[in-house]
Each structure stands twice: as C-alpha cells, then as structure tokens.
Write a protein that binds this ligand. Structure first.
Ligand SMILES: [Zn+2]
Ligand SMILES: [Zn+2]
Length: 97
C-alpha cells in the first residue's frame, strides 16, 4: 500500500517507510556526520564544505580574496593619484615637429 511521503508530500512511500528515498537521501546528506571530522558547510554558498579554520569554502574564499584585492588595488590607485598628480606629465612623450 502506498501513501504520500509526510516530508515532501510529493513522492509515494510504502507502509513501512517513514519517508521517500529523496527525503531519506537528503537527510542522510544533511545530518549524517561525515567520517571523523565534523564538516562545516560554507556560510556563503552552503553547497561546499568550508575549509578548516574558515567559514567559507575554497571557492568563496578565493572570491572573497579577489574582492579584497580589488579593493586594495582601488585604494592604491586612488592613493597614487593623490600622491603624484604630476607624474603623468613627465612621462608623456614630447610632441616634436
Ligand atoms: Zn519525501
Ligand atoms: Zn562557498
């Protein structure tokens, strides 16, 4: 006898099952402790395990570093422009005729 899965209410399950295979797989994936170490999922994407000591996965960490570098770079450019406003004039090629 089939009845609907009480969790997703989409799939049918048999009388002695508490949830459908989809939900069972999802729960196993979500709650089963992995091997030895506790795996913390990335707080950014939530799809990949975070690196040890970090809250983010490798990809998100790279992205975060990239963003940080861009900001540092932007700050540097702004600082350079502020420091040496005339430097560009010196390096400009002379217009000879
Ligand atoms: Zn289900
Ligand atoms: Zn991530």
């Amino acid at each position: 006898m089939l009845r609907k899965c009480p969790i997703c209410e989409l799939n049918y399950i048999r009388g002695n099952e508490t949830m459908c295979r989809t939900c069972a797989a999802e729960r196993t994936h979500r709650y089963a402790p992995a091997a030895d170490d506790e795996i913390i999922m990335c707080s950014e994407c939530g799809e990949k395990p975070a690196l040890p000591g970090y809250e983010l996965c490798e990809d998100c960490l790279k992205e975060q570093k990239r963003q940080a570098n861009l900001e540092i770079l932007a700050d540097k450019v702004r600082a350079d422009e502020a420091d040496d406003p005339l430097e560009e004039d010196i390096t400009e090629p002379a217009d000879e005729d």
